[in-house]
Design a protein around this ligand. Structure first.
Ligand code: BJW
Ligand code: ZN
Length: 308
């Protein structure tokens, strides 16, 4: 907190107190202090793979087993993580102000678990805990699926951990709890641990059509949920926006990053909270302009400090 310049905090607080219609845009940096890796820069690799290259329809088509292992791992990590003070501060402020809307690019569920009012939380890129069918003619989806691993074969294969389990001595077969515990002690993100090759038969299957299921997230080249985009456009354009908070995002992915400029055009002043001063809002815009704030540091420290 000592890093926040007093004059900036003072002018920001004055603006915040005079603001009713507030928009927040969240990125992976808000969950960094909860132990979840971001996409770009250090930590953006999973095994030897660039996380942004696994988050594509092409990667899933080429190797659904690999991509499912990546998402199964991310689901597990997100479930183990706890929301931090930034998630809680935003949730609390949202409960007090129904004109405060948060657009989250994150799929980790931490805002929801911090008690963020759902009607004020717009998920731009879906959720790790939504699942949908890949079959063109099938509309099967399910939400809030916290099964971990999502299917048993996405845990560590039993025969690798329990060579005896396939043998005669049934006393060697581990209980479900033991299997779960052991499976999660093997760090599948460590490339020195073998990654099992999985056939489509071992992956999550649709109960309706038996097609392959996929994570309910938005990959590159895919459209964001239409009703969410419509809601946001209407919300931003119906009345002037007073203030926009851009928290822990590289502002490099569209259309999400573009909302900062749209809000600015509709009157908003913009505060950016980020570790990296180069990641100012809207890479394609002129960046942080006159009358805006940049608060450098860990969102879990800065956000509760500037919103209190
Ligand atoms: C801290 C911190 C700490 C660290 N405290 N800070 C216009 C122009 C150019 C290109 C496009 C355009 N419009 C669309 C495109 C194409 C594309 C795109 O944007 N490409 C860019 C790379 C240029 N966009 C799309 O494809 C989107 N779809 C689309 O536009 O569809 C159009 C369409 C219409 C009709 C039919 C068909 C199509 C879809 C984008 C989907 C993005 N998906 C992902 C994966 C989600 C699933 C998953 O999680 O696996 O979303 S990619 C990944 O990036 C993920 C994130 O939500 C997103 C943004 O990343 P984020 O959150 O900003 O993370 P990082 O790592 O980049 O940054 C972290 C930041 O935190 C850094 O700044 C750090 O400094 C900071 N930080 N620790 C505070 N403790
Ligand atoms: Zn189906």
């Amino acid at each position: 907190a000592a890093r926040i310049p007093a004059a900036d905090l003072e002018s920001f607080t004055e603006c915040l107190q005079g603001s009713r219609r507030i928009l927040a845009l969240l990125g992976a940096g808000i969950s960094a202090a909860s132990g979840l890796p971001t996409f770009r820069g250090a930590g953006g690799l999973w095994r030897s793979f660039d996380a942004t290259e696994l988050a594509t329809p092409e990667a899933f088509e080429d190797n659904p087993g690999l991509v499912w292992q990546f998402y199964n791992y991310r689901r597990h990590m997100a479930l183990q993580a706890q929301p931090n003070k930034a998630h809680y501060a935003l949730a609390e402020m949202s409960r007090k102000n129904k004109d405060f809307i948060t657009l989250s690019q994150n799929v980790d569920g931490l805002s929801q678990r911090a008690g963020h009012p759902m009607e004020q939380l717009k998920l731009l890129h879906g959720s790790l805990f939504n699942i949908k069918c890949t079959s063109f003619y099938c509309d099967y989806t399910r939400t809030n699926d916290f099964t971990d691993p999502i299917v048993p074969s996405l845990g560590i294969p039993q025969k690798e951990l329990f060579p005896a389990a396939s043998g005669e001595d049934s006393s060697e077969v581990a209980s479900a709890e033991q299997q779960f515990k052991l499976a999660n002690e093997v760090d599948i993100s460590d490339p020195s641990n073998p990654l099992p090759e999985l056939s489509a038969d071992n992956l999550p299957k649709c109960p309706k059509c038996n097609g392959l299921l996929r994570p309910g997230v938005v990959w590159f080249g895919e459209p964001l949920p239409r009703n969410t985009l419509d809601y946001i456009d209407e919300w931003i354009k119906s009345e002037p926006v007073d203030l926009m908070l851009v928290i822990g995002t590289s502002s490099s992915v569209y259309p999400a990053a573009g909302y900062t400029d749209v809000a600015r055009e509709n009157g908003a002043r913009v505060a950016v909270i980020n570790m990296d001063p180069n990641d100012v809002a809207g890479k394609r815009s002129k960046g942080v302009g006159k009358g805006d704030w940049f608060f450098q540091g860990d969102a879990s420290v800065i956000v509760p400090e500037i919103l209190k």
